[in-house]
Design a protein around this ligand. Structure first.
Ligand SMILES: Cc1ncc(COP(=O)(O)O)c(C=O)c1O
Length: 396
């Protein structure tokens, strides 16, 4: 029998991974299907449902029969609300055509990289980083050049960037507040990065998915709000985390005129725009979602503090983050220092699901990511399960 011959998939996918977080989730699903109780900290989404007025916004749009094609870059009402928000809250000097509605943060990042990258370009990015970004960069045939955040903060951001920039460097990807660490870069740090981008004529892709989830201290500073930066920055926002809308798939990018046509073209040929009723719900979220967000922040803060206390009691070294949804503690010695092995031991032994830090880059090795955006019972149960597991292991 001759083996079947068929055209192979595009080489564009060589070297593009498929989220390791999904692998953890699949293992959790197996355990659940086998009837096991799993304490789930591997996720990355708000723990409460989408606010009622937002859901009602979609219902009303359906009643009004707003179910037809919308302009692929977004309904004018939503784009106007975004324009006002980014000018007021983020200080970005956006123009009426700057906001482009996309299917969530991931789609916005895809559009930003598709707009800017030529094959062979290099993209500077701080590490640890949100995993899919590396794959988006590979998919567009550019090379990610990692800048360890800890080193940059210790030895100077400009020096760390300068040591890794080459004539092929075109873009700097930036994520503050950060997933997985919850770090927020200070104004002085953002100014330093901006000065570097201007000096080297780099474009900046600024991923501000967690802009609203900051529990203490100053708000984050949008690079596009700084002098000479709007022209070179594509800022990516999402409603997923701010308004508990992860499943709705709604976000927006804000870009200067010279990038708008490419971004609009990507949106047109990838999704032909976001579903029309979803965009009406998004308008409600921007206009009326702020109240729920303020209420939830207290809940996030208390969950964070309880999980920090629980992990510290278990011998983890944890820094309490001031933003986002995650703790990123060092793996304690009783779990070894290989984060994949540690996550496997915790999952199979204590039925506690986490994400191994190595998934977020070499600088994440030796850490585990725990989401604190989980029901309160999950925190209590997870801490208890871990304790029984360690006492049982100690007795062996
Ligand atoms: C740093 C970061 N950027 C972007 C996103 C994308 O969010 P979404 O596609 O759900 O809007 C996420 C989601 O986890 C994230 O953590």
């Amino acid at each position: 029998m001759t083996s079947a011959s068929f055209p192979r998939p595009s080489s564009r996918f060589d070297g593009v991974g498929f989220s390791e977080i999904v692998k953890v989730r699949n293992r959790v699903m197996e355990l659940l299907a086998a009837g096991q109780k799993v304490w789930r900290f591997e996720g990355g989404e708000p723990y409460m449902p989408t606010p009622k007025p937002v859901k009602a916004g979609m219902g009303e749009a359906l009643v009004r029969n707003q179910t037809r094609y919308a302009p692929s870059s977004g309904i004018p009402e939503l784009r106007q609300a975004i324009l006002e928000k980014v000018r007021r809250k983020n200080g970005i000097p956006a123009e009426p055509e700057s906001p482009i509605v996309v299917n969530g943060g991931m789609h916005g990042l895809f559009a930003a990289f598709a707009t800017l990258i030529d094959p062979g370009d290099e993209v500077l990015m701080f590490s640890p980083y949100w995993t899919p970004v590396l794959d988006l960069i590979s998919y567009h045939r550019a090379e990610a050049v990692l800048v360890p955040t800890e080193e940059a903060r210790r030895d100077g951001i400009s020096a760390a960037l300068a040591a890794r920039a080459t004539p092929r460097t075109k873009i700097l990807y930036w994520n503050s507040p950060n997933n997985p660490t919850g770090d927020v870069f200070s104004r002085a740090e953002v100014e330093e990065v901006a000065a570097f981008a201007r000096e080297r004529n780099l474009a900046v892709v600024s991923d501000e998915a967690y802009e609203d989830l900051i529990y203490e201290g100053e708000p984050s500073v949008a690079p596009a709000s700084l002098p000479g930066m709007y022209e070179r920055t594509i800022t990516v926002f999402t409603l997923s985390k701010s308004y508990s809308m992860t499943g709705w798939r709604l976000g927006y990018v804000v870009a200067p005129e010279h990038y708008q046509s490419a971004i609009k073209t990507v949106v047109l040929y990838t999704t032909n725009g976001v579903s029309t009723p979803t965009q009406w719900a998004g308008l409600e979220a921007l206009q009326r979602g702020g109240e729920a967000l303020e209420e939830w922040k207290g809940g996030y803060r208390s969950r964070r503090d309880r999980l920090v206390a629980g992990l510290e009691a278990a011998g983890f070294e944890v820094e309490s983050p001031r933003a986002a949804l995650y703790l990123f503690p060092k793996v304690p010695s009783w779990l070894g220092n290989d984060s994949r092995a540690a996550a496997r031991t915790l999952l199979d032994g204590a039925k506690v699901a986490t994400v191994p830090g190595i998934v977020f880059g070499p600088e994440g090795e030796g850490h585990l990511r725990f989401s604190f955006s989980v029901p309160e019972e999950m925190i209590a149960g997870g801490v208890e399960a871990r304790q029984s597991y360690t006492s049982a292991t100690a007795r062996r």
